[in-house]
Design a protein around this ligand. Structure first.
Ligand SMILES: Cc1ncc(C[n+]2csc(CCOP(=O)(O)OP(=O)(O)O)c2C)c(N)n1
Length: 1038
């Protein structure tokens, strides 16, 4: 309520009594002015209804009333009039009409209060109208701002002028201006008249157009509003629901004369434009038939980015992480990040040999990392441009994740030192859902980077598609409104306006630590790339573009006319830069080899040798001392803080955990706990993120305890293990796979000394993040020589839970493994297993025991290099009484088992074994149960493949050789066209030199991953178990 009253008081133009008083005092004055009453210190008397959330509602209504008194109910109209007329607190409200005598009398009283002062009313209404007008400009001025440099398009896709703004699109035409004023007056919108234009009005506190003045003639008010909101900058901010932030922005754009530049600043801006423009010209001259996705039409991007960086550096930022698409990327590398020009130019040489293994990537996808002095601030600044795929906007969450990690590791809890800048194309920003998903991470405690500056290269076209066909929102930037980010649209042919909004954007970020968008409304001088003919599809637009003077020329002419530079100085600047390019071009011819390593976006100092090799090719034991296991187990089964009440059900879970520890065994949750906890002890940061990971989708984990009596009081026992341990982060994420997996991948990029895990709710949902998997995780190292140790935990298994809760799609991950199914590697090679891991693009495992899961997690960090790890994790095994591991298998000296051989009766007498079944994961338990039931322990051996990729040829060969008389079969619970069969079969055949067939026992091929019918599920299960143990099953095929 206080908020409303304060706000109402602030918004209130004048009270009736005060008006009368002032009017009578000033009646001899040539112009009328009115005193504004500010009631900040007035006692807040109780209105009966102004309490709690109702005040917001009332406030909204007050704003609506200010714009149009008829838009609210009559009773509110009276209330607001009375309030504005100075009715004492508690008396302004009059009950709504009823038939009772007393209420009629009350209404009559209220009306008399209003009607008794007709002149006052007119003055009040005129002031309210002026306020509404000011507000209308603040809200909708951007719709008529002149944003399109071509002057033919509407940046908001709407050519009409909002009905409550006096401005005409052609502001110089007085006749049009008068006509709009007449429409608004005769139409009764404001009740203002042309004759009011010279009356002086007191300005409300919600505007800064007055500068030092507190009152202005209406004509001047309109002129200043037009200057602030309808020129080359369109400010979209009035949706922000924070008054302080709105005021901050108003002050930045409304204050008269605030957009001033010194001659020095103008010259710097010109020099930066010269570099930006001449760089593209140079590339065009040298390689006219090469794609480069030039920046022509938005050359102002380079000075824009440099301004954001300068200003941020001035405010304390020393590390900027950037992500951007193709357009202008080479220019940004050259002129913002300052990659050596010869390194860029040599990329155009088709004869250049690649020095690194892997596919490499196009020049406009590569990343970069560079530390240098910022010449404007004289402070060190590190700039990193994250490598990205063609898939537009996919790098957004990756950049955010890397930024978060860099902030985390340098203790920058408020984003004062590390920040990110994301660049976007207009079509992609509007079209790609990942933009929205990334915005939703921006304010979450474990994901916020404390504000990103977004810059949109809005060339008003996407490849060949017009914006009208590409988006339904007025602007391409509307998605940013969901997080209350201010949006500054700016005409890119006005470089000073661009610099100004960039300065404000950087200041906004350092003041409020929230996202902000700069929308550079520009054009694309060429086709989508330099080979494309744009006239096929946009003939009229391109006719105009052909006539368009380049922005550098326009700005140079302006500065020459202002006497800021002279023509020879300008020409000198151009030839200086051209010479730099020519010299670099000459040097670039000496480059014979292309080192992708020179394009690393995230170096890991000290992790590799100087020439980028692993420091060893061995992996120590992943086991632990027993006392470490016991200690972690004890903490995992306790509540390590005082007076903390946990749920009774959880007490029972912790008690069971304690019993496991006492019995020297672990289940799945405890194994994970021990892996994480021991890494923390060794100084490795562990971060587990995903939907509902804190408790665990299957309620097995419980890493965050909740006090049952105190709201929001939580405890993370994992952070109470050792005094000097590394921190553990466990965070429930937003309901996004694409955004969150991208974010975690970016987090894992920053340091090799962290175990970063993303868990899917069910493995099935990983395909919502397919682009991150396909474009970054699988081929990241091959494309960008960048390793990444991210871990994907994908709950998988056929439990009769239907088509969408059964399969993490192992077949897809396995199909993307880079090992050759038909070539048996040299099994005698020293460190064969580690070499295999080093050569693979990712590791795919399906552990059947908690102990092996523990080992593989620890191995991920103890390896001397980093590879992504895909783990198909179980559901029913989380509680399966047999899915337990004894401490003995986790002690020092023990390792991850790539294959778990048969160790029962069959292994004692291998010659007698008739069938050797290979399997992976949970089906092992179905197979052993069935074998037991059938009494076939001596005839059928079961070997588990725990590491599917890289394929353990060496160990499986031993297994196959051990059972010379056995048929070989692969058994899986998944359908035949899914799961592991297509991956395993050819590799098993290669292992045994194709000496025997490898039979199949499993579900038939199917379109859906699983049935939705429980009975069918069980029937299918029994059918393939029958096949697995029917020793005649394959006879008919042989
Ligand atoms: C996810 C995705 N879909 C399609 C494409 C193909 N494509 C490349 S550029 C482009 C147009 C992008 O337009 P815009 O975002 O406005 O950027 P501009 O090229 O105009 O700078 C398209 C559709 C892509 N790279 N990524």
């Amino acid at each position: 309520m206080f908020h409303l009253r304060t706000c109402a008081a602030k918004l209130r133009p004048l009270t009736a009594s005060q008006t009368v008083k002032t009017f009578s005092q000033n009646k001899s004055a040539a112009i009328r002015t009115f005193q504004q009453i500010r009631c900040y210190s007035a006692p807040v008397a109780a209105e009966p209804f102004l309490s709690g959330t109702s005040s917001n509602y009332v406030e909204e209504m007050y704003c609506a009333w200010l714009e149009n008194p008829k838009s609210v109910h009559k009773s509110w109209d009276i209330f607001f009039r009375n309030t504005n007329a100075g009715a004492p607190p508690g008396t302004a409200y009059q009950s709504p009409l009823s038939l009772s005598r007393s209420s009629l009398a009350t209404v009559a009283h209220a009306q008399s209060l209003v009607e008794a002062q007709p002149n006052v009313d007119k003055l009040v209404e005129d002031h309210l109208a002026v306020q509404s007008l000011i507000r209308a400009y603040q809200i909708r001025g951007h719709h008529v701002a002149q944003l399109d440099p071509l002057g033919i398009l509407d940046a908001d896709l709407d050519s009409s002028v909002p009905a409550d703004i006096i401005s005409s699109t052609d502001k110089l035409d007085l006749a049009v201006f008068k006509e709009r004023l007449r429409m608004l007056t005769v139409g009764g919108f404001y009740g203002l008249d042309e004759s009011d234009l010279d009356k002086v009005f007191r300005l409300p506190t919600t505007t800064f157009i007055g500068g030092q003045e507190s009152a202005l003639p209406l004509r001047e008010i309109i002129r200043r509003l037009e200057m602030a909101y309808c020129q080359h900058i369109g400010v979209e901010f009035m949706f922000i629901n924070d008054l302080e932030q709105c005021q901050w922005i108003r002050q930045k754009f409304e204050t008269p004369g605030i957009m001033q530049f010194t001659n020095e600043e103008k010259r710097t801006l010109l020099a930066r434009l010269v570099r930006s423009t001449r760089f593209e010209d140079f590339l065009q001259r040298k390689w006219s038939s090469e794609k480069r996705f030039g920046l022509e039409g938005c050359e102002v991007l380079i000075p824009a980015l440099k301004t954001i960086i300068d200003k941020s550096s001035e405010n304390g930022v020393d590390y900027v992480i950037m992500g951007m698409p193709h357009r202008g990327r080479l220019n940004v590398l050259a002129n913002v990040i300052r990659k050596e020009l010869e390194q860029i130019f040599c990329q155009f040489d088709s004869k250049l040999e690649a020095a690194d293994e892997g596919s490499g990537d196009m020049k406009y996808h590569l990343g970069m990392y560079h530390r240098r002095i910022n010449r404007v601030t004289d402070r060190n600044i590190t700039l990193s441009l994250v490598a990205n795929p063609s898939h537009l906007e996919a790098a957004d969450p990756v950049v955010m994740g890397k930024t978060k990690a860099e902030q985390f590791y340098c203790g920058d809890n408020e984003g004062k030192k590390v920040m990110s800048i994301l660049l976007h194309g207009d079509a992609a920003f509007a079209g790609q859902g990942i933009v929205y998903e990334t915005f939703h991470l921006s304010d979450l405690p474990s994901y916020t980077t404390h504000g990103t500056v977004h810059v949109v290269v809005n060339n008003q076209i996407g490849f060949t598609t017009d914006p009208r066909m590409a988006r339904s929102s007025p602007y391409p930037t509307d998605v940013a409104r969901v997080v209350n980010a201010p949006i500054f649209h700016v005409n890119s042919d006005d470089p000073e306006a661009v610099m100004y909004v960039c300065k404000v954007a950087a200041e906004w970020r350092s003041t409020f630590h929230k996202d902000v968008v700069v929308d550079l409304v520009c054009y694309r001088r060429n086709g989508h790339n330099e080979m494309d003919e744009p006239m096929f599809t946009q003939p009229l637009m391109y006719k105009q573009i052909r006539k368009q003077k380049p922005v550098l020329q326009k700005y140079a002419e302006l500065l020459v006319s202002q006497g800021v530079v002279n023509q020879p100085e300008y020409e000198e600047e151009i030839s200086k830069y051209d010479k730099i390019c020519e010299e670099a071009f000459t040097r670039s011819k000496d480059e014979k080899i292309l080192h992708i390593k020179h394009w690393l976006d995230s170096p890991w100092p000290g992790f590799f040798t100087l020439d980028g090799q692993p420091r060893s090719m061995t992996c120590p034991s992943t086991g632990l001392e027993e006392d470490v296991l016991t200690h972690i187990g004890n903490v995992a089964s306790s509540v390590p803080v005082e007076n903390f009440t946990i749920h009774g059900g959880l007490s029972r879970i912790l008690k069971t955990r304690k019993e496991l520890v006492t019995n020297r065994t672990v289940d799945w949750a405890l194994a994970e706990y021990m892996a994480f906890g021991s890494l923390l002890k060794e100084g490795i940061h562990v971060r587990l993120s995903g939907q509902d990971v804190e408790r665990g989708t299957f309620s097995h984990r419980h890493h965050v305890l909740h006090d049952q009596n105190v709201d929001k009081r939580t405890c993370i026992p994992m952070n109470h293990l050792w005094p000097n341990q590394a921190p553990y982060t466990v965070c429930n994420s937003s309901l996004s796979e694409y955004g969150v997996l991208g974010f975690e991948l970016g987090f894992a990029m920053a340091s090799p000394n962290a175990l970063v895990l993303w868990e899917a709710q069910f493995g099935d949902f990983n395909n919502m993040a397919q682009c991150i998997i396909d474009q970054f995780i699988c081929p990241g190292q091959a494309k960008w020589v960048r390793q990444n140790g991210i871990v994907l935990l994908l709950p998988h298994g056929m439990e009769g839970m239907g088509p969408e809760h059964s399969s993490a799609r192992p077949e897809r991950f396995l199909q993307m493994c880079n090992d050759d199914p038909d070539v048996l590697p040299d099994l005698q090679e020293e460190n064969f297993d580690i070499n295999q891991l080093y050569d693979c693009n990712w590791i795919v495992v399906n552990c059947s025991t908690p102990g092996n899961f523990f080992h593989v997690l620890r191995r991920q960090i103890l390896l001397p290099f980093r590879k992504p790890l895909i783990v198909f994790t179980p559901k029913s095994l989380l509680r399966h009484p047999e899915a337990r591991t004894n401490f003995d298998e986790m002690l020092s000296g023990t390792h991850f088992q790539r294959v778990i051989p048969e160790d029962g009766p069959a292994a004692q007498n291998p010659d007698q074994v008739k069938r050797l079944l290979f399997c992976t994961g949970k089906v092992y338990y179905d197979l052993t149960r069935e074998r037991k039931a059938r009494g076939m322990a001596e005839q059928v051996a079961i070997t588990r493949i725990e590491q599917l990729s890289p394929f353990p040829f060496d160990l499986l060969l031993k297994e196959a050789q051990k059972y010379p008389n056995a048929e070989l079969a692969w058994c899986q619970e998944e359908h035949k066209n899914q799961g592991y069969y297509d991956y395993v079969k050819p590799r098993l055949r290669t292992t045994i030199d194709r000496a025997k067939p490898v039979w199949y026992a499993g579900r038939d091929p199917a379109a859906a991953p699983a049935t939705g019918n429980k009975k069918t599920h069980l029937t299918e299960l029994q059918r393939f178990l029958d096949t697995a143990f029917d020793l005649d099953a394959f006879k008919k095929f042989s």
